[in-house]
Design a binder for this molecule. Structure first.
Ligand code: TXA
Ligand code: MG
Length: 330
């Protein structure tokens, strides 16, 4: 079983020492919990893929304290600078070409020539990165194909017997993963909607390239550029029914807004007030809670597509898509 650490200075130092020794440490970020390993250590990065059961062709996000730590790793540019100034630390991952002589393990790029970089805002993540001194590769701390963890208990339930340490910083405030923006395209391309909204990005840098919609049959349109496109990415075990306007007595209901449908076996409301930030923060924990054998399916009420709703709908569409046989991509 993984050992649980709190967030005192001594415990953060212990977690940083474990990372530097090549071990796996799960830690909180403002989006979801990450499964960390030092990103310059091939064996440690390989251990992430093994612990998650993650396909080697799916690259990992590398976490840094700030833009100064990011610049030497990639071919940084003016747009990256503007975005980092505006959104870092925060829920935005920038995909850029690897720098010549980039010290990061090739495994984080999954055979490609780019790296996804993010400076997380969570104080515990920041403290851990500062104490580790090295960049930290960290996918969401869940077994491949399952829902991302937003509490230390979620991490323990999925990966507790495969990792060394879990730093428990309480529930993640944003609750959906970071936005992944590919800056190797012009205009930049949104690879994954997330905690920073399309509206916020477009207000800062102008229009983004048209999104590659998740494909209905679970086939990625381009597995290297858009690894998150495989549709069984965020799948609970029970089938999901989206945009429900009625609900059956043997179904669970994931409601949204002040007027939940009536008649479900169990109902959880993402946000009675119809607040998308509250809904994002509740999404993964409520999906887990409703994903129980006594429910035939989970019906989900309509969620608006603007703001954080785009990321929420993206995760729900993936979770509702036909399973691509077992593990999915992530
Ligand atoms: O909020 C988050 O992003 C969390 C926290 C821990 O930072 N991390 C996370 O990592 O969600 P993961 O591995 O579960 O999802 C990262 C996504 C994947 O879809 C991956 O394919 C994509 O980002 N990605 C990472 N590096 C990439 C790259 N170089 N090029 C294209 N996509 C990349
Ligand atoms: Mg993930």
């Amino acid at each position: 079983m993984a050992r649980r650490l709190g967030t005192s200075a001594g415990e953060i130092e212990e977690a940083a020492r474990a990372l530097r020794a090549g071990r796996l440490v799960a830690f909180p970020t403002e989006t979801v919990y990450g499964l960390g390993a030092v990103a310059t250590n091939d064996r440690a990065v390989a251990a992430i893929f093994a612990a998650k059961g993650r396909p080697r062709f799916n690259p990992l996000i590398v976490h840094v304290t700030d833009a100064a730590a990011a610049r030497p790793l990639v071919r940084w540019n003016e747009l990256a600078e503007r975005l980092a100034e505006r959104f870092w630390p925060g829920a935005l991952t920038l995909v850029l070409p690897r720098a010549e002589g980039c010290p990061l393990s090739l495994l984080v790029s999954a055979g490609g020539d780019t790296v996804g970089l993010r400076a997380p805002a969570h104080p515990v993540a920041q403290a851990l990165l500062a104490a580790t001194v090295l960049p930290v590769a960290a996918p969401s701390a869940n077994p491949a194909g399952q829902v991302s963890p937003t509490t230390a208990d979620h991490v323990e339930a999925g990966l507790g017997d495969r990792i060394d340490l879990i730093v428990d910083g309480g529930p993640c405030p944003i609750g959906v993963e970071s936005t992944v923006l590919d800056l190797t395209f012009s205009p930049p391309r949104l690879l994954r909607p997330g905690g920073v909204t399309r509206e916020q990005l477009e207000a800062a840098i102008g229009p983004l390239a048209a999104p590659a919609a998740p494909s209905a049959d679970g086939t990625p349109d381009d597995p290297v550029r858009a690894p998150g496109q495989l549709s069984s990415h965020y799948a609970p075990a029970r089938p999901l029914r989206l945009d429900a306007t009625s609900v059956d007595a043997d179904e669970a209901l994931l409601a949204f807004g002040p007027h939940p449908l009536e008649g479900a076996a169990t109902t959880l409301n993402l946000s009675e007030a119809g607040d998308l930030e509250e809904a994002a923060a509740n999404l993964f924990a409520m999906l887990r809670a409703l994903d129980r054998p006594e429910h035939r399916a989970i019906a989900v009420m309509p969620i608006p597509a603007h703001g954080l709703g785009e990321a929420i709908r993206d995760r729900l569409i993936r979770a509702a898509a036909p399973r691509s046989g077992g593990k999915g991509i992530e």
